[in-house]
Design a protein around this ligand. Structure first.
Ligand code: SF4
Length: 236
């Protein structure tokens, strides 16, 4: 297994990465090599996705969806953004106020930090695909309820099928607990790989959390390096 790019620094890429790390608020660092230990947990007991929707059908279905109470307060349904056949799939929890107005996940300050996090490992939101566990904004930016995530889960499952990512990165506790069907804490979930079917899954902190808890940005950077090493391994 290669060590990914985290331990490899050279030329312009170093300067650029360090600049981006600075924007993330993380000092350039050389995280220790970590064994890529996969913890295989049981595949989530997914509801049967009866309708094999294509992207257009999925989007129009979500836009008309009234399957949970979140439809009552939404302005826009936020399905996802990015490359619909991406190697990388990032999953957050729910649209916030700005996302609800724009119809795109991760805009605003948390979105800018996510963009910087992506850039720090050579990615952008045009290259990856970004989705949420629910497609409509919870009122007052509260966490989505388990019942709401369950009602919306078939959309996310179909998105995973359509994107066919090599790697999933879950952003934050709420999304991690929902996707992986666990009540484990984020600190116990991050730092190693889980499986969603055949797809390796890494859990890291939500950018909005990192804005409030800047001391954990270094851990998020280490997670991203781990993810990049895994992707290099998967693509090699
Ligand atoms: S959050 Fe999902 S299940 Fe609930 S109304 Fe919106 S699209 Fe439908």
């Amino acid at each position: 297994m290669g060590e990914g790019g985290c331990a490899h620094h050279g030329g312009f890429a170093v300067s650029r990465r360090e600049l981006l790390l600075g924007e993330m608020g993380v000092l350039p660092m050389h995280p220790r090599s970590q064994p890529l230990v996969e913890e295989r947990i049981p595949e989530p007991s997914s509801p049967v996705v009866e309708a094999k929707m294509g992207w257009d059908e999925l989007k129009s279905s979500a836009e008309a969806c009234t399957a949970c109470p979140l439809h009552q307060g939404r302005n826009r349904v936020v399905v996802g953004v990015g490359n619909e056949r991406a190697d990388w799939l990032f999953i957050g929890e729910a649209p916030g106020a700005e996302e609800d107005l724009k119809g795109e996940p991760f805009v605003g300050q948390a979105g800018k930090l996510l963009d910087n996090m992506l850039s720090s490992i050579g990615l952008s939101r045009k290259v990856v695909y970004i989705a949420n566990t629910v497609k409509c904004r919870p009122p007052g930016n509260r966490n989505p309820e388990p019942s709401e995530m369950a009602a919306c889960r078939h959309y996310l499952l179909r998105q995973i099928e359509l994107v066919e990512p090599k790697l999933i990165v879950i952003l934050g506790r709420v999304a991690a607990q929902s996707v992986l069907e666990t009540d484990a804490t984020i600190s116990s979930l991050r730092g190693r790989f889980h499986c969603f079917g055949d797809i390796p899954v890494l859990v890291t902190y939500h950018p909005a959390y990192l804005l409030r808890n800047t001391s954990d940005k270094a851990k998020a950077w280490a997670d991203l390096c781990l993810a990049r090493r895994k992707m290099a391994e998967l693509s090699g």
